[in-house]
Ligand binder design. Structure first.
Ligand SMILES: Nc1ncnc2c1ncn2[C@@H]1O[C@H](COP(=O)(O)OP(=O)(O)OP(=O)(O)O)[C@@H](O)[C@H]1O
Ligand code: SF4
Ligand SMILES: [Mg+2]
Length: 322
């Protein structure tokens, strides 16, 4: 049994101008100990998909269809209180730009202490010991616990957020662009830290990132999102060496490399689709060099080829009934 199974997940944002489907028929699994990468252009639905797993989608958003199965249980049947408990014990998230989420008027130690007390650790000495060991675990000297967030660098604040996410030793951690916006040396240190934690805690993780090299380093499998759909899912090496979907190919070609043969960077013309009343077609059709008449007529279904998944008419014989 997979640790997490996301089945036909659809998430809508109800807007005054109409309904925007931000996540559309998304399917993926996460096996225990695995790290799955999630990539795609800004606005393609990565954060929304991740938040749905944690039950954090709130108005104007709502899960319209589908299932989120964690350890065999459908989380859509869980009450708010059950979800709160699950988030405290078994799942956690390091949010996009999390480093800015620390409370500016409490010291770092006080903030970690507060979360520990929420987890039932009440004895003052136990709390202090745990604060020290958590800071040490993320490479910060416990002496710095009396500092305020503004006295920390961005990288240190992100380490604190990772410590907070690791408090309950969760089975599943969602990392939503955990190193974006930091300089490359700090990024490297944080990646090493995340790798260490992953191994120490046998963590299962969903890693959202824009940087393809980060995904290559941390993940064995990767899912590519476009316009709310997962358009391709494959082993990282297979995807990077031989992307099947035209969007995956364009995404990889637009990414700079330092090593190997110098290649011209290709940008993807056009812009991502508008999610309010999208057309009944492949959402990439307007930007795709390989688009045919069929692509403008119907939405491609998932096709499995050599144990990878691709959503593109180039790989499917199926006729559309429109
Ligand atoms: N609270 C909200 N209300 C209305 N629309 C929203 C809300 N949050 C997200 N959206 C829309 O849902 C779509 C997906 O957004 P999401 O934040 O999931 O994308 P993303 O892939 O994480 O982007 P990024 O890479 O920029 O973080 C976007 O079109 C966005 O405008
Ligand atoms: S379905 Fe058609 S438009 Fe869409 S990616 Fe494939 S070839 Fe391009
Ligand atoms: Mg996001």
């Amino acid at each position: 049994m997979s640790l997490l199974e996301v089945k036909n997940l659809c998430v809508d944002y109800e807007m005054r101008r109409g309904t925007a489907r931000a996540v559309n028929n998304v399917n993926f699994t996460l096996e225990k100990g695995e790290t799955l990468g999630l990539i795609g252009e800004s606005g393609c639905g990565k954060t929304t998909a991740a938040m749905s797993i944690l039950g954090f989608v709130t108005s104007p958003g709502r899960i319209a269809e589908g299932e989120v199965i964690f350890k065999g249980k459908n989380l859509r049947n869980f009450t708010d209180e059950q979800m709160r408990q699950l988030r405290g014990m078994s799942m956690s998230i390091v949010r996009q730009e999390a480093q800015n989420a620390l409370n500016p008027v409490l010291t770092v130690g006080e903030q970690i202490g507060e979360v520990l007390r929420e987890h039932g650790i009440r004895n003052k000495i136990d709390v202090e010991d745990r604060v020290d060991s958590l800071l040490e675990m993320v490479g910060i000297s416990p002496e710095r616990k009396k500092s305020y967030p503004f006295e920390f660098s961005g990288g240190m604040r992100q380490r604190v957020m990772i410590a907070l996410a690791a408090i309950a030793e969760p089975e599943l951690m969602i990392l939503d662009e955990p190193i974006t916006g930091l300089d490359v040396i700090v990024q490297r240190q944080l990646l090493n830290l995340l790798n260490d934690l992953k191994n120490k805690m046998n963590l299962t993780a969903l890693l959202i990132a824009h940087d393809l090299s980060v995904i290559a380093e941390m993940c064995s499998r990767v899912a590519v999102m476009y316009g709310g759909f997962i358009v391709e899912k494959a082993d990282v090496v297979d995807l990077y060496e031989k992307p099947l979907h035209p969007y995956s190919k364009a995404l990889i070609e637009s990414y700079p490399r330092i090593h190997g043969e110098k290649k011209k960077l290709v940008s993807i013309p056009g812009s991502p689709p508008h999610l309010l009343s999208p057309p009944e077609s492949c959402l990439f059709a307007e930007r795709c060099k390989k688009a045919t008449e069929k692509c403008f007529r119907c939405i491609p279904e998932e096709t499995i080829i050599d144990s990878r998944m691709v959503r593109c008419h180039l790989y499917s014989e199926e006729e559309c009934n429109v």
